[in-house]
Design a protein around this ligand. Structure first.
Ligand code: GLC
Length: 564
């Protein structure tokens, strides 16, 4: 593998201005900066590491990158505990490094989306430190959610609510008050009824927009506003309250007032800045987040919850296309991200094992990995075959596709991480229940061998398994059948073929085979079953597995050109 010395000397100047609709059909690649590439050799990926790999990103053929948080953080939650929203973590670089990276990406036509974490800050944020130093009832405390406790001396938390990461959702401070944290203790929730909080986020959005950032991914977009009028309900009561827009803490209708204000900021730029909501909400409430008056687009996580199954895939696709149409947005497709078990691994688990607790499949949790110890009954080969097929299916759909770093290498979840090396608070806060999300956040392998497989000269902050070498960029670049080669070819072809037009389903006569056509004679055929499917002489443009004798093998997708 060769790393080109400097992309700044690249004289191609791609003008990104002017196109307000680029996000609608974009292939967006999620970078988890601390695990992407480490330029300064401190074991933690950094901004300069991303800049060094711009040629790699260009060759991959993506339209945009989304950077998970790179802000100053104590890393209590992998950077989603932000201590300063308008700076770069010194371990990852400086604002000047950020500007350099942004220019280098823009120069090769790649847009940049950054992550905004508005529900909570880090407990190291200067506002939270000021709140701790101030008195109960002070303006400093009013930016967060502080309450007195129950019981004669207030020693009981205000409610018995649980945090999303396990354990209690209230933490007591030195003077006896309690503060609310929906996630880790180090992630105090802001009080979004406070005008100062609202103004500060408008400042943050302008800060990054002024630097040239193209869009934002909004973390936990369905929380932010809360109605914590007393008396507060207890956990059992809270669970009974319908999530219909008036729930005390989640998916409240008034959160959209916040996003309407954000939209004014987005639209004050040319082209308007974009946003995509991470909102884990019911199907029929998702489009509020995607509306043009609000964030504009929302993640659809349905495929994360689905089996590799034709009927489930078809229903999800049809439903989401309808939903997007109703909001005027475009659909979003996600098979993997930094919060879930990589799709190559999910699809390699025997179906009955995937949901030991009866849930359709995992979301944040990967309890089944834990319950099966370090060697789950995992068919890695089958998982990867299916993952390649699912990806090629998704890349053929209208709408934007969000890809997660490492999936282009066909990486599996790293299950063999020792407890002492784990970092994810979900592992520590739910002993024995949730193994956490570290397994999809292991630093990427760039080379077959060598220190941290080319990630950096100073080792990797999460241990990489021996099999990473064979899945490295270097190894895959040399193998014409590798997943990296498949992604590059598919993304290049998608660039030529993709349009905003919807798909037409083609009835295949086989319940396990889905097929749809797109404009320009482009057809996508996916075989979810275990029998080969005859492609009837069609010209194959690209396939996720070898086509033998004109037949699409089991667990495979082909893009074909329709014979006129
Ligand atoms: C989102 C992020 C996740 C983080 C959580 C709290 O779900 O994707 O990684 O832990 O929010 O910020």
């Amino acid at each position: 593998m060769t790393i080109e010395p400097s992309v700044e000397t690249d004289d191609r100047d791609v003008h990104l201005a002017g196109d307000a609709t680029w996000w609608r059909q974009a292939a967006v690649y999620q970078i988890y900066p601390r695990s992407f590439a480490d330029a300064d050799g401190d074991g933690i990926g950094d901004i300069a590491g991303i800049t060094d790999r711009v040629p790699y990103l260009r060759d991959l053929g993506i339209d945009a990158v989304w950077l998970s948080p790179f802000y100053p953080s104590e890393l209590a939650d992998g950077g989603y505990d932000v201590a300063d929203y308008r700076d770069v973590d010194p371990r990852l670089g400086t604002l000047a490094d950020f500007d350099r990276m942004l220019r280098a990406l823009h120069r090769v036509g790649i847009r940049v989306i950054v992550d905004i974490v508005p529900n909570h800050s880090s407990d190291r944020h200067e506002w939270f430190q000021a709140a701790l130093a101030a008195d109960p009832g002070s303006p400093e405390r009013a930016r967060y959610i502080f309450r007195d406790g129950r019981g004669p001396d207030g020693a009981e938390p205000p409610t018995d609510w649980e945090s999303a990461f396990g354990g209690p959702a209230w933490e007591r401070v030195a003077d006896g008050q309690w503060y609310f944290h929906n996630f880790a203790v180090e992630q105090p929730d802001f009080d979004w009824s406070n005008r100062e909080v609202r103004e500060d986020f408008l400042t943050t959005l302008r800060f990054w927009s002024d630097r040239g950032v193209d869009g934002f991914r909004i973390d936990v977009a369905h929380m932010l506003t809360k109605d914590l009028t007393e008396p507060l309900p207890m956990r059992a009561e809270l669970a009974e309250i319908p999530i219909d827009g008036r729930h005390p803490i989640t998916d409240r209708d008034d959160v959209h007032e916040v996003y309407a204000e954000w939209r004014q900021v987005f639209d004050s730029y040319d082209p308007p800045r974009t946003a995509v909501a991470e909102a884990w909400v019911a199907r029929d409430r998702r489009q509020r987040y995607a509306s043009a008056e609000g964030l504009g687009q929302a993640f659809n996580f349905d495929l994360l919850e689905a089996d590799f199954d034709a009927a489930q895939f078809r229903a999800i696709v049809a439903d989401n296309i309808d939903l997007a149409e109703s909001s005027g947005s475009s659909t979003t497709w996600v098979l993997s991200n930094h919060d879930v078990v990589r799709h190559a691994t999910r699809y390699g688990l025997p179906d009955p094992d995937r949901a030991p607790d009866g849930r359709p499949t995992l979301k944040h949790g990967n309890e089944w990995l834990l319950s099966k110890g370090k060697s789950p009954r995992l068919d890695r080969e089958q998982g990867l075959r299916r993952a390649r097929a699912a990806t090629l299916f998704v890349l053929g759909l209208p709408g934007s596709a969000y890809l997660y770093q490492g999936e282009e290498l066909g990486l599996h979840e790293v299950v063999e991480i020792d407890g002492r090396d784990r970092q994810d608070p979900t592992y520590f806060r739910s002993p024995g229940v949730d193994i956490g999300r570290d397994g999809c956040r292991v630093p990427l392998p760039w080379t077959r061998e060598g220190e941290s497989f080319g990630f950096g000269a100073g080792g990797a902050h999460l241990p990489q398994p021996a099999w990473f070498g064979a899945a490295s960029v270097e190894a895959e670049e040399e193998d014409p059948h590798s997943t990296l080669v498949l992604y590059r070819a598919a993304l290049a072809l998608r660039h030529e073929l993709q349009s905003a037009e919807h798909l037409e389903w083609i009835e295949t006569g086989d319940d396990d085979v889905l097929s749809f056509s797109r404009p320009g004679g482009w057809e996508i055929v996916t075989n979810f079953g275990d029998q080969s499917y005859d492609l009837r002489g069609a010209e194959v443009l690209i396939a996720s597995a070898e086509i033998v004798g004109g037949s699409l093998p089991p667990a495979a997708t082909a893009w074909i050109a329709r014979m006129e």
